[in-house]
Design a protein around this ligand. Structure first.
Ligand code: ZN
Length: 347
């Protein structure tokens, strides 16, 4: 395929006036205006061509400052930026909310828990009226028994915030240059891998809280898979639009790897209601991500009416919403894990 050079901005201006200064002054506003025009898909350089069914409203090679300011402008990435930016603030709120509920002795509790997990007794204070009672589940001061450590929860929240923020930055800044686009795209892939890995880490930790061997084996496996996914994403062919399905498949395989420990959980703790409830949440999380990936890969609905969903409703925006929904469902699952482990310890 013929390699296209930048065609979307006016690179050169000739000025026939003798007064070069006034000539430049006269050209500047017009030139700037020209640079900040939104362009069509056909005018894009190859590295910005990802979806031919989104026909117009592209920013192309905008100065970095203008690209940043365009967070408040209308273009085909506005909703992609804001969906994950709002998602970031939702998870930041959950982090701060959780932080307020966890006393400073969390580290001490963690040390105690790792030293004597077997010493936990079945709590007689299992009067939770619902799994979603966050206060009861996270306010340690209300529970006389030592609670399980919270760091896996914060690993997940950190991973979710990292993914959502890198995604927003990617959508906002990739239009700047080929180099920026390359960096942002790989940061985005790293963010998705981080979200998947950090979603599975608490699930493994709390399921096998009393079984350090399996906890270590499963954690090492998911970390290795995450690293492998990031490395695969560095292979140049991975970026090509026609490899959209391969990209999706790699992330789907990594996501599905969480079902190994889930099956193990059901075999070991099938009689524990919390094990079943967390599995139900994990199933819905996978459904959210699965539906999102199918929409992302098939580019529905814009393939049916190219150009009609440029600003609102194209597949990537829907994909973002399913990612946020999936991450929130996983947060709910972790809340149930916490309630379970706080209640029964290692028995
Ligand atoms: Zn995205």
């Amino acid at each position: 395929m013929e390699e296209r050079k930048v065609s979307c901005i006016l690179l050169e201006k000739t000025c026939k006036s003798d007064d070069k200064h006034s000539c430049r002054e006269a050209l500047l506003p017009k030139e700037k205006k020209k640079k900040l025009e939104l362009v069509n898909y056909d005018s894009l350089p190859d590295y910005l061509k990802h979806n031919e069914f989104v026909v117009g409203h592209y920013r192309c090679e905008w100065p970095l400052k203008d690209a940043i300011h365009s967070v408040f402008a209308i273009h085909n990435e506005t909703i992609n930026v804001w969906t994950h930016l709002i998602g970031f603030f939702i998870f930041l709120t959950l982090t701060l909310y959780g932080g307020n509920k966890i006393p400073a002795m969390a580290e001490a509790l963690y040390a105690r828990q790792t030293n004597s997990l077997a010493g936990f007794s079945i709590s007689s204070l299992t009067n939770t009226t619902g799994f979603m009672n966050h206060y009861q589940m996270t306010n340690l001061s209300s529970q006389p028994n030592p609670a399980i450590t919270r760091w896996p929860l914060f690993v997940f929240l950190g991973g979710a915030m990292f993914c959502l923020l890198t995604s927003s930055a990617c959508h906002l800044l990739s239009c700047h240059s080929e180099h920026t686009s390359y960096i942002m795209l790989h940061l985005d892939y790293a963010g998705i891998s981080t979200l998947i890995v950090t979603s599975i880490v608490p699930q493994i930790y709390y399921t096998f809280a009393c079984d350090p061997f399996y906890r270590a084996v499963y954690t090492a496996t998911i970390l290795a898979l995450g690293l492998l996914t990031v490395l695969i994403s560095l292979i140049p062919v991975f970026e090509k639009p026609e490899f959209r399905f391969v990209r999706s498949l790699v992330f789907v395989i990594m996501g599905l790897s969480g079902w190994g420990p889930i099956a193990h959980k059901l075999a070991s703790y099938g009689g524990e209601p919390a094990a079943l409830v967390t599995t139900m949440y994990e199933f819905f999380m996978n459904v959210c991500y699965g539906v999102g990936v199918v929409i992302y890969a098939t580019r529905i609905p814009e393939r049916w009416r190219p150009g009609k969903f440029d600003l609102v409703g194209h597949s990537h925006q829907l994909f973002h919403l399913f990612v946020i929904a999936g991450a929130y469902v996983q947060y709910l699952a972790i809340m149930v894990y916490l309630e379970w482990r706080d209640r029964v310890g290692c028995t």
